[in-house]
Design a protein around this ligand. Structure first.
Ligand SMILES: *Cc1c(COP(=O)(O)O)cnc(C)c1O
Length: 374
């Protein structure tokens, strides 16, 4: 286990030994002991969001995307019209699943190297009164941009529109306070900044809209209202729960609380981010984003211009030193990504930068600069 590679990806992430050890037991899904773990996890999640008064939380089996799809199907009425603020790959995925769920969907395009614009949203809502719900990706993991959640939420509140937030890669690391920020649904998952194992998502739903969601979902398995009602009544999940993932998340949340909660997690990730950018810049690499819109979650770097560069070989050379990098997700320019999240500190990031420097040597490249060699 000590020899596991370090995952510098947006999930699954490197988890702590204690979190892995929590998965060594079997649990009965009907048993009160397991139901207690589920109840404890739900209570902790609401506390992280400061949402005890305003929201409920509904866990769902599957990866994060399953919960986004479930949230759209459960919250948006059949005749609704969803506006997706699009500055990257995860936005396009949200739009695609919205369309597949049979809801009318409009994409509002922004560049993938800029944050979405609250002013442009305001214009759009004035121009098109048919829009019922807005979808915002809080941290667009495609390039790593942090979008302006508070300003977008304020406009949705002003125009009385629903707001669905994909906070998958920001929740628990970047501050989100349900007492200050109004949204109808906010989605995150076990295997991101809470540093649990992947396998379950959870959706915070505003109490004020919950009852209206009954019977809206055209899917049985993805109906969050049904999952909520059943869980409240029985303490159990509707269908087979990912028991090991749930107990691992409970353990991961205990460590999160012991570390000092969201502010401490943000501080550690920020230190990872700064160490990464400093080290990579010294090797000649150039971050894709302007630092003012960059979340300390995942960093996109331009691919080096050197003719020897080949992502696969670069990846294999870093992997041979114990570090897993991540391919880029941009269509216009060639890039790769390095995650700052997971149960790692700046020590592992320094080692990763060293691994990258050795990978450059392997490929016979003097630097990672994206400028063409003179
Ligand atoms: C990770 C992530 C998701 C979910 O992806 P899955 O592969 O389904 O876990 C969704 N949105 C964002 C912004 C993400 O970072």
């Amino acid at each position: 286990m000590a020899n596991d590679r370090i995952l510098l990806t947006p999930g699954p992430l490197t988890t702590s030994l204690q979190t892995k050890l929590a998965m060594l037991r079997d649990w009965g899904s009907w048993d009160v002991e397991f139901n207690d773990v589920t109840a404890r996890v739900r209570k902790s999640l609401l506390k992280i969001l400061h949402g005890e008064d305003s929201h409920v939380v509904v866990p769902l089996q599957g990866s994060g995307t399953f919960s986004i799809e479930a949230a759209v199907a459960t919250l948006v009425p059949a005749n609704g019209h969803v506006l997706v603020l699009d500055n990257g790959a995860y936005c396009k995925r949200a739009a695609k699943l919205t369309t597949l769920m049979g809801r009318r969907c409009t994409l509002m395009p922004f560049s993938d190297d800029e944050a979405v614009s609250p002013a442009a949203l305001r214009e759009k809502l004035i121009a098109d009164s048919s829009i019922s719900d807005v979808v915002l990706i809080h941290c667009e993991t495609g390039a790593g941009v942090l979008n302006p959640l508070q300003a977008i939420a304020d406009i949705c509140a002003e125009f009385n529109k629903g707001l669905i937030v994909d906070a998958m890669s920001s929740f628990a690391a970047i501050e989100i306070d349900a007492r200050k920020t109004r949204f109808d649904a906010l989605i995150a998952a076990s295997g991101k900044c809470l540093e649990g194992a992947p396998g379950m998502g959870f959706v915070f739903i505003r109490k004020a809209v919950l009852d209206g969601c009954a019977g809206r979902s055209q899917s049985l398995a993805m109906d969050l209202h049904d999952q909520y009602v059943y869980m409240e009544k029985t303490g159990q999940w509707r269908f087979t729960p990912p028991t090991h993932v749930v107990v691992a998340l409970a353990e991961a949340i205990s460590q999160f609380e012991a570390e000092g909660g969201q502010p401490a997690r943000l501080a550690r990730y920020t230190s990872n981010y700064e160490t990464l950018v400093r080290g990579m810049t010294a090797l000649g690499f150039k971050p894709f984003l302007d630092p003012t819109i960059q979340a300390p979650i995942i960093v996109t770097f331009h691919a080096p211009a050197h003719p020897n560069y080949d992502f696969k070989r670069f990846y294999e050379a870093a992997k041979a030193r114990g570090f897993i990098l991540y391919p880029g997700k941009l269509t216009q320019v060639e890039t790769f990504r390095v995650g700052c999240i997971g149960a790692i500190t700046s020590v592992e990031i320094e080692q990763a930068v060293h691994a990258v420097s050795l990978a450059l040597q392997d490929l016979g490249m003097p630097s990672g600069s994206p400028a063409a060699p003179a």
